[in-house]
Design a protein around this ligand. Structure first.
Ligand SMILES: Nc1ncnc2c1ncn2[C@@H]1O[C@H](COP(=O)(O)OP(=O)(O)OP(=O)(O)O)[C@@H](O)[C@H]1O
Length: 239
């Protein structure tokens, strides 16, 4: 589903954000991407969304070779991926229903299917009763559930969430992660970049840890913690 082959990214200011990343995420997997601030998580997410291009290497998402994807096709490519951000990014002047409906309208979905699918995904995230509310009338957790409904309404094969619980309290964070797990169980591949250590530790999913732009751990049924490269150097000196 997602393949990074020898990917490095240097930003124009010279910062080397990723070094020689090799990562394969199979269809149907649930993967946590963890690492301290500045480790390179968002850079990986931005590369998958083709907001930026790698300096070296190849990225393949589904049937798309991203380095060869023409600019004009990028919007169509992105519509096939569900995306959730820390700050929800809902349209403030549209209701809950309209926010989700809009995501289907821009893909040219027939009205009849929209009328069936929008209430269905709103009920999946437990928000059917809030369909007529505006984002400012919702709690943070509810807004994120709308964002999740919007992300899955077009039935993407891949859902990418960048710090989806960063603005939420612990209980609400759990609800959102459980919803992501439900979505994964229905067949969507899910990649979640997160700092939510307790949740990562108890969900026992695949955990990919990056530190200073390198993968330092890739563990199935893993936990959050990892040795940072500084610690590894220290350890090597001790041994
Ligand atoms: N647009 C940019 N221009 C220059 N350097 C950048 C840019 N974006 C990120 N960086 C740098 O690249 C490195 C990786 O940043 P990235 O945002 O991927 O980290 P992160 O793991 O997502 O961090 P956080 O958890 O704080 O969001 C950092 O050193 C950061 O300062």
């Amino acid at each position: 589903m997602v393949k990074f082959i020898n990917v490095s990214k240097r930003y124009p200011n010279g910062v080397l954000a990723l070094t020689n990343i090799n990562l394969t995420i199979e269809k149907g997997e649930f993967v946590f991407l963890v690492g301290s601030s500045g480790a390179g998580k968002s850079t990986i997410v931005k590369l998958i969304l083709k907001e930026i291009d790698p300096t070296e290497g190849e990225i393949i998402v589904g049937e798309y070779k991203l380095t060869q994807l023409p600019k004009r096709e990028i919007p169509y490519y992105r519509r096939k991926i569900g995306i959730v951000f820390q700050d929800f990014r809902l349209l403030p002047n549209k209701t809950v229903y309209e926010n989700v409906e809009f995501a289907m309208q821009i893909t040219g979905t027939p009205a009849k299917i929209i009328r069936r699918q929008v209430p269905y995904v709103l009920s999946l995230v437990g928000l059917a009763h809030k369909a007529k509310c505006y984002p400012h009338e919702l709690s943070g957790g509810e807004q994120q559930r709308v964002a999740l409904a919007r992300a899955i309404v077009n039935k993407p094969n891949l859902l990418v969430a960048d710090e989806p619980t960063g603005n939420l309290d612990p209980d609400t964070s759990w609800e959102i992660m459980k919803l992501l797990e439900d979505i994964n169980k229905r067949g969507t591949t899910v990649l979640v970049a997160t700092h939510a250590k307790e949740i990562v530790d108890s969900m026992r999913k695949r955990v990919v840890a990056i530190d200073c732009g390198r993968i330092v751990k890739d563990q199935h049924r893993g936990v959050y913690s990892y040795e940072s490269s500084d610690n590894q150097v220290l350890l090597q000196r001790w041994i």
